[in-house]
Design a protein around this ligand. Structure first.
Ligand code: 13P
Ligand code: SF4
Length: 326
């Protein structure tokens, strides 16, 4: 029975007994329940370290599509759990805290997006994976930052396209491909906050550092990048490249894996425009804690549910993305 208190909170609020080893218990429950823990690179380091699989949003969807686990615990944000549930309707998909949403997904309500689509008849609808299931149900093909360019380039040059919700990613794709996709006016509250001025100050102090930028950042920040890419692409670049220092303009959780993979390199988080706040942290991703993960496995709640009709429509555009990214 799910306690009323938990429903109100959006996660299991029960304290973890002091006499247990939480990590051992989490692994034991995974084995007992045939559960797999997936985590995004933006989650806290201890969550990434205990996960069976850590990846960017494309890899997490690909992994979900092929897992034989009975339970997927998605340590990330709500839309990632929804994507897993749509791909695996017969599995139990858990997200440890239902409050872990996403400002991009929230910037694009399905009703308004539906009207936007209607206002552009004859356009193919491309949605970034950072959207709700209801928005995906209105979409022809989903993309992530890891495959957006490849998917857009695979469409005929004269195809009319509506792209949502991230205007920064959309502008970046338009600038590289020469397309004129019609853009929804949404943005991520973390990536929008990076300050070009402060990045350049940091670069002046570390002239040999290369600048790594996620395409959700604003155009002027993207312009000064040595590498633009998804979290997985930035991680890969930092491992294969021969520089010793990097300024990283994406959510700071990625530094955990970068530093683990290359302990002798220096990774500097790009500064946000407000020096008084930790704005380069995604407050939603950081809601996922070891305590919530433990309780979520223990009680098999919060569970992600997507209504059948929405899921049936949404699965098509996610599968189309998976096919086109092979
Ligand atoms: P990735 O697709 O690079 O994992 O990014 C997801 C995300 O939420 C970026 O803010
Ligand atoms: Fe959403 Fe931004 Fe957080 Fe990514 S970093 S999950 S886009 S709010």
């Amino acid at each position: 029975m799910v306690d009323k208190k938990w429903r109100e909170a959006g996660y299991v609020t029960e304290p973890v007994p002091a006499d247990i080893d939480m990590k051992d218990e989490i692994r034991r429950m995974c084995k007992e329940k045939n559960a797999v823990i997936m985590a995004h690179y933006y989650t806290q380091g201890d969550i990434q370290d205990i996960a069976d699989f850590v990846g960017d949003s494309l890899a997490l969807a690909q992994q979900a599509a092929k897992t034989d686990a009975d339970i997927i615990v998605m340590c990330g944000v709500h839309f990632m759990g929804e994507t897993n549930k749509i791909l695996c309707p017969n599995k139990k998909v858990l997200v440890p805290d239902l409050n872990a949403t996403c400002s991009l997904a929230e910037s694009c309500p399905a009703k308004e997006f539906g009207e936007f689509v209607k206002a552009h008849p004859g356009h193919t609808v491309i949605s970034y994976v950072n959207t709700t299931a209801a928005v995906k149900a209105l979409t022809d093909v989903v993309v992530t930052s890891g495959n957006a360019m490849k998917i857009v380039n695979a469409l005929p040059k004269d195809e009319k396209i509506v792209f949502g919700p991230d205007r920064n990613l959309g502008n970046y794709i338009n600038s590289i491909t020469g397309r004129q996709m019609v853009l929804w006016d949404g943005a991520c509250h973390v990536h929008e906050k990076f300050s070009l001025e402060r990045i350049l100050e940091l670069k002046a102090a570390h002239p040999d550092a290369k600048i790594l930028v996620h395409p959700e950042c604003k155009g002027p920040v993207v312009k000064v990048a040595d590498k633009v890419g998804s979290t997985a692409a930035l991680l890969k670049f930092s491992q294969e490249d021969d520089a010793k220092e990097y300024i990283v303009a994406t959510e700071s959780g990625i530094l955990h894996k970068m530093q683990q993979a290359c302990p002798n390199k220096i990774f500097l988080p790009a500064p946000p425009d407000d020096s008084t706040c930790a704005c380069n942290e995604c407050n939603y991703m950081k809601l996922i804690t070891m305590e919530k993960l433990y309780n979520c496995l223990r009680y098999e709640w919060p569970e992600i549910e997507v209504d059948e009709e929405t899921a049936e429509k949404a699965v098509k555009c996610i599968n189309r993305m998976l096919d086109m990214s092979k």
